[in-house]
Design a protein around this ligand. Structure first.
Ligand code: ADP
Length: 634
């Protein structure tokens, strides 16, 4: 072994310790994946080298045959992986193999429950990576040298996975990384050529570079050990360049795990080759589960970009809109230049047309999933529905298509579940119904019991129930679907169009006329608190309701804006009352103006409460109500 200098012992970042602990305890049922993870890293390292060498050929140091070698020693109980990729400097090793760079990691770790089954799902979302070596090894050694550095600037990293690692500077003649796993007792099954070959075939066949194992060879009589020969055990061609019909589902799945650093299979994928004016291949995947950092601004997003089979960059964001940031995949272009940069990507018109084609592909893929695998789509919606709801605002051109993919809770859907599509809603709409009705609010329980729904219940008309924070904002971008416009049932003067018969309309007009006097009295009593008072057609059980003016901000938007410290334009609700309700009849007959005023205010406040709003003057409400209660009991 070479001389070690500048030896020191460093502690792992807390999150690494937690991850190590979790990994060792929750992934024991699928230990062999450590090899996939390490090969995946080696392949990434080779990709990086290949790319950097385009502008700095000297990095290849004469060794341009890029590959990964896996070997083993039955006696020493070790498995060794070696790549001639980009390698690591001492600093690289300290940061990359001692900390986790992903943003939001600490928060993620806090979410762990200690329940191994649940946590093993979480760790899937997190991605396991290098540290998975410790599933099978009780000591891991890494020998590495960054391409381009002097042979004397190699690094030796070693750890027992228990909280700290040792690091030393060594001589390393060839660039790249060698990882030696000292297998735990009981894990020596991995120090076996047959076993390793099978694992590589199973998980890493798609890796586009040769993975070699030592060739089994018997020493001829009288000869000493023969020189080691190697043989390639994987297919070693870029998966996306192969014809679709020749790629097995398992291969697509394993490739996904490699590029997405995911632990679970994807929900769906779309593999395409485009020829003509633009030439490129794309392979796009829908993950099964949202990553833990989906809502982190700096979280990785975008596709892996290759130019003529050469890896150029990770997380190329310009190929898909933001609302599809959860899509993983590869795009390989024949038209871009190998030294394309992020800045160029943002401006290149080629990218724009690729972006719109790729966006279409993803939306088509989701449409197919929704149609053919509705149960899976439900899962998709649970994970990514919130992000998809950003779509209509961001992607005007595909608004209708995105709207078709949206799922809502409704008065006729499964309790509180977002499962109803707009097409389904329209298919079962009432005869003569030419609107899509919806109601927004804070919680499902609140909207479900809202007085705004009374007339709809009576007439058996379905109403979509929207309770996500983003919903009101979303609806401000959706005007219609399939030619039918959206109507917020809490807004304006509800017009049920053809759903009201001529008789009902006539009767409503007559009632309104008959109650003009009452309208005026309430107006005077409520004064500034309301913009208008009118007779309601939407109530059957409740005495009164507050409607939002046609142009006013809804409650949800108002609350969001207020919470973010913005000034919200003042708007007053419309007070609608139900003339058939006994309380309103009582009000109408009330002689004392004082009591009339109190009762009007109580009805107003109650309507605000039922809408999920808070009262401007709760003490006054309590005072008035108690006054009435006292009068009632004498
Ligand atoms: P991830 O691959 O998700 O970034 P890992 O924990 O697997 O996370 O690896 C951490 C980092 O260590 C990698 O991003 C890379 O920078 C470095 N690394 C791991 N293996 C190698 C390797 N064989 N060659 C060069 N760098 C490597």
């Amino acid at each position: 072994m070479s001389v070690e200098t500048q030896k020191e012992t460093l502690g792992f970042q807390t999150e690494v310790k937690q991850l190590l602990h979790l990994m060792i305890h929750s992934l024991y049922s699928n230990k062999e994946i450590f090899l996939r993870e390490l090969i995946s890293n080696a392949s990434d390292a080779v990709d990086k080298l290949r790319f950097e060498a385009l502008s700095k050929p000297e990095l290849l140091e004469g060794g341009s045959e890029l590959k990964i070698r896996v070997s083993f020693d039955k006696d020493a109980k070790t498995v060794t992986l070696e790549d001639n990729g980009i390698g690591m400097s001492r600093e690289d090793a300290i940061t990359h193999l001692g900390t986790i760079a992903k943003s939001g990691t600490a928060d993620f770790m806090k979410n762990l429950s200690g329940d191994q089954k649940k946590d093993s799902h979480l760790i899937g979302q997190f991605g396991v990576g290098f540290y998975s070596a410790f599933i099978v090894a009780d000591k891991v050694e890494v020998f590495s040298r960054r391409a381009g550095l002097d042979a004397s600037e190699g690094v030796h990293w070693s750890s027992k996975g228990e909280g700290e690692f040792e690091i030393a500077t060594i001589d390393k003649a060839d660039r790249g990384t060698r990882i030696v796993l000292h297998l735990k007792s009981g894990e020596d099954e991995f120090a076996d050529g047959y076993r390793l070959r099978n694992i590589i075939k199973k998980y890493s066949d798609h890796i586009a570079l040769p993975i070699e194992l030592p060739k089994e060879q018997a020493a001829a009589e009288g000869e000493d050990k023969p020189a080691q020969e190697w043989e390639v055990v994987n297919r070693a061609s870029a998966l996306w360049t192969r014809p679709r019909t020749e790629v097995k589902d398992e291969e697509y799945q394993e490739f996904y795990k490699h590029i997405a650093h995911d632990y679970e299979n994807p929900l769906s994928w779309s593999h395409n080759k485009v020829e003509g004016k633009l030439e490129y291949s794309s392979l796009l995947y829908v993950p099964a589960r949202a990553p833990f950092d989906l809502y982190q601004r700096e979280a990785p997003k975008g596709l892996k970009l290759y130019v003529q089979r050469v890896f150029v960059m990770d997380q190329a964001e310009s190929f898909l809109p933001l609302y599809l940031r959860f899509i993983k995949g590869v795009v390989d272009s024949n038209d871009l230049s190998l030294n394309v940069s992020r800045e160029i990507l943002q401006k290149d018109p080629i990218i724009d047309s690729m972006k719109s084609a790729l966006t279409k592909r993803v939306l088509d893929m989701l449409e197919k999933l929704a149609k053919n695998e509705p149960e899976q789509y439900k899962g998709f919606w649970k994970n990514f529905g919130q992000v998809m709801k950003e779509g209509p605002a961001e992607d005007f051109a595909n608004k209708e298509k995105i709207a078709g993919l949206l799922r809502f809770a409704s008065t006729q859907g499964e309790e509180g579940e977002q499962v109803v599509s707009l097409a389904e809603y329209l298919a079962r709409a009432k005869e003569g119904q030419d609107k899509i009705y919806y109601l927004t609010g804070e919680t499902y329980a609140q909207v479900k019991n809202s007085p705004h729904l009374e007339v709809f219940r009576k007439k058996g008309i379905e109403v979509l129930l929207l309770t996500d924070r983003i919903d009101e904002w979303l609806m401000s971008y959706l005007n219609d679907f399939d030619g039918k416009s959206f109507v917020d049932v809490a807004r304006g003067d509800l017009d049920l169009g053809n759903l009201d018969s001529e008789e009902e309309k006539k009767e409503a007009e007559e009632v309104a006329k008959a109650k003009e006097g009452l309208v005026e009295r309430i107006k005077t009593a409520l004064g500034d608190a309301v913009s208008e008072v009118r007779v309601s057609h939407r109530l059957t059980d409740s005495p009164a309701i507050l409607a939002i003016g046609e142009q006013d901000l809804g409650l949800q938007m108002r609350q969001i804006l207020e919470a973010s410290g913005q000034k919200v334009p003042d708007s007053k609700p419309i007070f609608e009352f139900n003339p058939a309700h006994p309380l309103i009849e009582k009000l109408d007959g009330e002689q004392s103006e004082e009591r009339f005023g109190d009762l009007s205010h109580i009805l107003f406040d109650q309507a605000a409460l039922a809408a999920g709003d808070s009262l401007k003057d709760p003490a006054a409400y309590v005072r008035r109500l108690n006054k009435l209660l006292v009068e009632l009991s004498v």
